[in-house]
Ligand binder design. Structure first.
Ligand code: NAI
Length: 264
């Protein structure tokens, strides 16, 4: 499914969105979908340039650089007149069992995934409170809801994003700002490909996918669809949720009875 196949409902037409991690994977697919739905989209990422046609305004910004984040939020507001939607999709992988984790690696994973989300939220929500409306979507992970072998730093960062999103929903709900998290399962992006690189890791990925109810890798466009829902007025009564989009991976554990019942 290409990002444009569902496009064009205009659910966020005229809205202004800021998307982090817009140069790749989930952030990129979300930026493309939001533009196709009529939003003006600003993107930030570490890449020197944005892939062509993905965003209306691009800035090379590290999400842990607070001054640059604040400047970007100000620039988006001055160029587009408002900031209605934020999707925090910038993120990195990293972990290992605790005794194996280099402390500097731990810090970087927590910094990018959790502090970066905090910094963008901090500066964006100020604008949204002034406007009296806004919708923030933080891309967490199912690994922020349950443990995984060797998860450590990554899972800690994503668990932090889930609870931080719920807390923001509490703090800003009466100011017209909705804040939700999405918890994707395994999605076919450069990040996932890097984690499961090589024959041995690929065999673990195959096992994970075999355990999911839909039996396949997710697509970045399927997370973009969930982000569109949460960002749009279709989700006007939804705040503080951690929406699982994982092909049923965390629905339950398969032991093969569906095959016995002729369902495989
Ligand atoms: P990706 O690697 O394709 O895209 C992430 C983007 O974030 C990259 O363009 C990267 O340059 C950017 N980025 C990284 N650090 C940054 C920083 N400090 N400042 C600005 N930009 C930065 O990865 P993917 O898979 O699209 O991941 C997007 C989000 O989804 C991440 O938060 C990831 O943890 C989360 N996620 C991904 C899953 C998957 O299976 N792919 C599953 C669950 C969550």
């Amino acid at each position: 499914m290409g990002s444009n196949e569902n496009a064009g409902s205009g659910r966020i037409r005229g809205k202004v969105a800021l998307i982090t991690g817009s140069a790749s994977g989930i952030g990129r697919a979300t930026a493309e979908r939001f533009r196709a739905e009529g939003a003006r989209v600003a993107g930030i990422d570490l890449a020197d340039d944005s892939p062509e046609g993905v965003v209306d305004l691009y800035r090379k910004v590290d999400v842990v650089d607070e001054a640059a984040v604040a400047q970007t939020v100000a620039q988006v507001r001055s160029e587009f007149g408002s900031l209605d939607i934020v999707v925090n999709a910038a993120g990195i992988a990293g972990g290992g069992a605790a005794h194996m984790v280099d402390t500097a690696d731990w810090d970087r994973v927590i910094d990018v995934n959790l502090k970066g989300t905090f910094l963008v939220c901090k500066h964006a929500v100020t604008a949204m409170v002034e406007q009296g409306n806004g919708s923030i979507v933080n891309i967490a992970s199912i690994e922020g809801l349950e443990g995984t072998e060797g998860g450590s730093a990554y899972n800690a960062s994503k668990g932090g994003v889930v609870i931080f999103s719920k807390n923001m929903a509490m703090d800003y709900g009466r100011k017209g700002v909705r804040v939700n998290a999405i918890c994707p399962g395994f999605i076919d992006t450069p990040l996932a490909r890097q984690v499961f690189d090589g024959e041995v890791m690929q065999s673990y990925l195959d096992r994970i996918i075999a355990h999911s109810q839909l039996g396949r890798f997710g697509k970045p466009e399927e997370i973009a669809s969930a982000a569109l829902f949460l960002a749009s007025d279709d989700a006007s009564f939804v705040t503080g949720v951690a929406l699982v989009v994982d092909g049923g991976l965390t629905a339950g554990h398969r032991v093969g009875l569906t095959a016995l019942m002729g369902l495989e």
